[in-house]
Ligand binder design. Structure first.
Ligand SMILES: Cc1ncc(COP(=O)(O)O)c(C=O)c1O
Length: 428
């Protein structure tokens, strides 16, 4: 598929209007881009016995969840509060069908309550969690997350499968955990793994096929099984907005996995996937203002660089600081301006508050139209794990999220966080 252009992000006049109204930084979502991505995933699961979920941790706002729900996409939640957010967005309680699945490595806060009172399907990621459920008096169905021994995410820090990954039950232990669950009166109705995709599509096809084959080995002993989840991890190309993404090929991978697993089980199984990033990554941009441009000089310690100081920081978009992730940067009003290498840095009292880093976390000056104080700058593809990972570190309030609709209207769906919001949690 080709992803539509993020139209508001290229509209310098509109962005200035929005900046005047809402201040900077702000997030701008493009409904057309989001719907195109949802449609692309849904078309890969448009086959008998195949179901898509949305890993809502990527962007959990009600506005986004409602788009998913109206497209028939179910939810993968990872906390009790995510379950409650999904419920408020209209997703059904219970597990018949399990519209909400709760994948947890540990039950904390209200996660156990969400299982007991909302009846959502718990996806258990460690053997002790079966004992936790038993202690809580739960005797409903469960899903079992396994670690198949391979896989990784978009960067190596995202260690989703293998000996050094904390997620899931080692695959050879799965039957032992099933027996413990059955002894405690629980049925294992789903087997699950999220191995990540790696950054390339070829690796994704191979990993998913390999995973389906691993599951086929253990499926026959899981007599109560109703479904198998291959997890998420469809990659997004952060460097190339025009990439023609071969997502259509996944339909065949999912269909043949569903058939094969049903065959070895001797009955129809549901095949699930639960991407997060792919649906939302290109749908939101972070818009920030250049507040200054300054240079350091070369000396014995290193080379001088040009800094563009902006009013967004890693409190808004942490991925570059956390993983050295690349986000395209544009200056919509600076087209045709001469380019020069620039380091883009934010307002936080942290030297690591820099958006242009490489994957070994070193500064990586970017060739950009030389920024000037007052320019608006757009950081692209922040819809996944952007606002969702934002914080109010330095007591900087989270930036608002705005929604651009195809008719050109723009409405805020998350307001800017204020000092009152921040102080609300303090007691005494
Ligand atoms: C259990 C689980 N499922 C799905 C996902 C979604 O992964 P992605 O956003 O890369 O598709 C994640 C991400 O961390 C996850 O932990």
């Amino acid at each position: 598929m080709k992803t539509p252009d993020h139209k508001p992000a290229a509209n310098a006049e509109l962005l200035e209007e929005l900046a005047a109204k809402y201040g900077t930084p702000f997030w701008i979502w493009d409904a057309e881009v989001l719907r195109a991505r949802i449609e692309a995933v849904v078309s890969t699961t448009n086959a008998t016995g195949v179901q898509a979920r949305y890993a809502m941790k990527a962007s959990p706002a009600t506005r986004i969840l409602k788009e998913m729900r109206s497209a028939g996409v179910w939810i993968d939640a990872v906390s009790g509060n995510e379950v409650l957010r999904a419920r408020r967005a209209g997703y059904a309680e219970g597990n018949n069908p399990p519209e909400i699945c709760l994948t947890a490595d540990v039950f904390r806060d209200n996660a156990m309550d969400a299982v007991l009172t909302e009846g959502v399907l718990p996806n258990v990621g460690s053997p002790g969690m079966v004992a936790d459920l038993e202690k809580a008096g739960y005797t409903g169905p469960i899903s079992l997350r396994v670690n198949p021994g391979f896989g990784h995410g978009h960067v190596n820090e995202c260690d989703t499968g293998g000996p050094s990954s904390k997620h899931g039950v080692w695959i050879t232990e799965a039957n032992r955990v099933r027996e413990a669950a059955e002894t405690a009166g629980m049925r294992v109705v789903m087997l699950h793994a999220h191995i990540g995709s790696g950054p390339q599509f070829e690796e994704l096809y191979e990993n998913l096929t390999h995973l389906a084959n691993e599951f086929a080995e253990i499926v026959p002993t899981f007599q109560d099984l109703e479904g198998v989840s291959l997890g998420g991890g469809i990659p997004h190309d952060y460097r190339n907005a025009d990439a023609d993404i071969p997502v259509e090929r996944l339909r065949e991978v999912f269909e043949s996995a569903q058939k094969k697993l049903s065959e070895v089980a001797g009955r129809e199984l549901r095949l699930e996937i639960e991407p997060g990033r792919f649906y939302v990554a290109p749908a939101a941009c972070l818009v920030t203002r250049v507040t200054d441009v300054k240079d350091t000089q070369s000396n014995a310690k290193g080379e001088g660089v040009r800094f563009a100081m902006v009013d967004a920081g890693f409190v808004d978009l942490v991925r570059p600081a956390m993983y050295g992730s690349y986000h395209r940067i544009t200056l919509p009003a600076a087209e045709g301006r001469e380019e020069s290498p620039v380091v883009v840095a934010g307002p936080l009292c942290e030297s690591g508050d820099v958006f242009t880093r490489d994957d070994s976390e070193m500064l990586q000056p970017r060739e950009l139209p030389t920024p000037q104080t007052g320019d608006l700058m757009v950081m692209h593809d922040g819809g996944a794990y952007g606002y969702a990972m934002a914080s109010n570190y330095n007591s900087v309030g989270r930036a608002p999220q705005l929604w651009w609709e195809l008719d050109g209207t723009v409405v805020p769906f998350t307001r800017r966080e204020t000092i009152e919001d921040i102080l609300k949690l303090e007691e005494g």
